[in-house]
Design a protein around this ligand. Sequence first.
Ligand code: FES
Ligand code: FES
Length: 177
Amino acid sequence: MSVHEHAGQTAAWATIRLTVNGEEHTVTAPPMKRLLDVLREDLHLTGTKEGCGEGECGSCSVRLNGELVNSCLVPALQAQGAKIQTVEGLRLEDGLHPLQEAFLRCGGAQCGICTPGMLMAAAQLLAQNPHPSTAEIREGLAGNLCRCTGFMRIFEAVAAAAGVAERPAALEGGDAR
Ligand code: FES
Ligand code: FES
């Protein structure tokens, strides 16, 4: 990383190298610029959404070195050398990721603001636990808020993608999370 004065800027900007969805990138940005903004503004990966901007809603979730993070809380400098996966990186070479298919099939996305973050949280969950129980799905998505679906269709979609439930009845129990 190098830090230098950027033309017209008083604060030092940093040159940050990071790998996003398998592609290496170099960006020059204020060190405290949010990773969310680096992804959306510098790399034009606008799939990652901003909800609260305060670490509360999970809409901005991405995977950073294998961990799920809220990209609105991560300074760009912290992503130096990191491997990041965004929702754009979920897609498989031959089509949608099973989670994306399941969200479509089960109606797990409505307005769509929460959806990229939900997908990334679900992908993280299934990477760590390929066959989660209903309780584990709820727990795995507990940091992600949805104002539209009441959560049941999202839980159902994750269960369907994991092959652990065939019917919505398998996830009965209301919206409690
Ligand atoms: S926008 Fe990052 S947690 Fe809500
Ligand atoms: S689909 Fe609208 S917030 Fe979840």
